[in-house]
Design a protein around this ligand. Structure first.
Ligand code: COA
Length: 159
């Protein structure tokens, strides 16, 4: 059973994240998507909401489960018996941060490797901040996020 952990803030989950989850499912037996409780970010959606959006969007992926964690990502990976950490690489601008994080995580837990996956080109310019920003101006985000997220954003920014 080759289990991997896909950590992120997912505020909210986008089609770019779903694309990465799909690719991870092609390679591994079990993919645990985990919502980080990150004290350095002030999320728009609660952890419970973010978990719900992901769970709803991966209903057709039997290999996927969703949870949350507070602490070090490598500790959570060890606790659930994951052999690796999945991260998406969209562009060169992601590389430096991801490289540093992957090496530090490897220093902390030698046996847990980071696996980088590239989303489809059409998602390379996406991130959650851009989605939140567009939605705050009532712009259509239906091409970029799952339907449940689109609805939640509409409600969140409705006057
Ligand atoms: N499609 C669309 N957007 C994507 C994406 C993809 N495939 N991959 C990443 N992104 C975006 C995210 O939406 C997010 O956008 P935002 O900053 O505008 O909200 C951004 O890229 C950052 O990605 P995210 O996956 O949320 O990473 P993060 O920088 O918030 O880090 C953890 C999340 C969980 C990996 C990190 O906080 C962590 O490891 N925390 C635990 C503490 C720890 O272990 N520290 C030691 C690390 S060495």
């Amino acid at each position: 059973m080759r289990k991997v952990l896909y950590p992120g803030t997912f505020d909210p989950v986008t089609n770019g994240h779903i694309d990465i989850i799909q690719r991870a499912c092609d390679l591994f037996d079990k993919v645990v998507v985990t919502v980080a409780i990150n004290p350095t970010k002030t999320p728009l959606f609660s952890v419970k909401e973010r978990i719900k959006f992901i769970a709803d969007s991966v209903q057709d992926f039997p290999k996927v489960s969703v949870d949350s964690f507070d602490g070090l990502v490598v500790d959570h990976a060890k606790n659930i018996g994951a052999i690796g950490i999945i991260r998406g690489l969209r562009a060169m601008s992601d590389f430096e941060y991801e490289f540093q994080m992957a090496l530090m995580n490897r220093k902390l837990a030698k046996k847990i490797n980071t696996v980088f996956l590239m989303p489809h080109e059409k998602y390379t310019y996406l991130n959650s901040s851009i989605i939140r920003n567009l939605a705050s101006f009532n712009s259509d985000v239906s091409d970029f996020v799952p339907p449940i997220v689109q609805e939640a954003l509409k409600i969140k920014f409705r006057k």
